[in-house]
Design a protein. Structure first.
Ligand SMILES: [Zn+2]
Ligand SMILES: [Zn+2]
Length: 215
């Protein structure tokens, strides 16, 4: 499921009435709740506490009533206030289907930031705004097309403040790293400057000794 799809449930919180444990958000299994009843939702909330009395007492109850080896977990569907017991055949019935809402939220935030930065590219040169360009170049999860464009705009922006963050960034996409570093070389050339080979400070291209380190 895409990160955005489960975010609408991120703020929902449910407690198990049997053990007061916070319910986990899980993707719905590919079987139905009852005869002919679909889930009507791609996630549901369930008490995964193995010490929950509903779960621990359920085994015996199901055994005597139905002669089956199963128990109950408390579950609630999204948007509902109360839920009910759901039969489970094993302790691990929902292992691996738990959704990490925190990770989903972080993923979504990063995606929003990327979209914002992309939108700002059109005006960043006119506004002398280095931030969106720098964001895209150093965000390894952003789409390559936007990062390519940012590398081109970097030269147009010609802002020396981009040098340290880019030179110090570990690029996972080496091609973007090369483009960004080439852009820096162009900026230095355009502004008649160079990096001191000894201390890396920016100095005049024709300087013989560095005004920062004296070498
Ligand atoms: Zn419980
Ligand atoms: Zn120096």
């Amino acid at each position: 499921m895409p990160a955005n799809a489960c975010l609408k449930y991120a703020d929902e919180e449910h407690l198990c009435p049997h053990c007061q444990t916070k319910l986990s958000c899980c993707t719905t299994p590919p079987f139905h709740v009852g005869d002919g009843l679909g889930w009507g939702s791609d996630v549901f909330f369930v008490c995964l506490n193995d010490a929950c009395p509903l779960f621990t007492n359920g085994w015996k109850l199901v055994e005597t009533q139905y002669g089956q080896n199963a128990s109950f977990r408390y579950m609630v569907l999204p948007g509902e206030k109360t839920g009910g017991p759901m039969m489970v055949g094993s302790k691990t019935a929902f292992t691996g289907s738990e959704i990490d809402l925190k990770a989903a939220r972080a993923k979504n935030t990063r995606y929003q930031q990327e979209q914002e930065a992309l939108a700002q590219l059109a005006t960043c040169v006119a506004e002398k705004n280095l931030a969106p360009v720098l964001y895209l170049i150093t965000d390894e999860d952003s789409a390559l097309a936007g990062r390519h464009q940012a590398c081109q705009l970097l030269v147009e922006l010609c802002d020396l403040n981009c040098i340290d963050p880019i030179r110090n960034h570990k690029f996972r996409h080496t091609e973007i790293g090369q483009l960004a570093n080439l852009a820096i070389n162009s900026i230095l050339e355009k502004t008649f400057q160079k990096e001191c080979p000894h201390c890396a400070e920016i100095i005049k291209a024709q300087a013989v000794t560095c005004k920062h380190c004296g070498k």
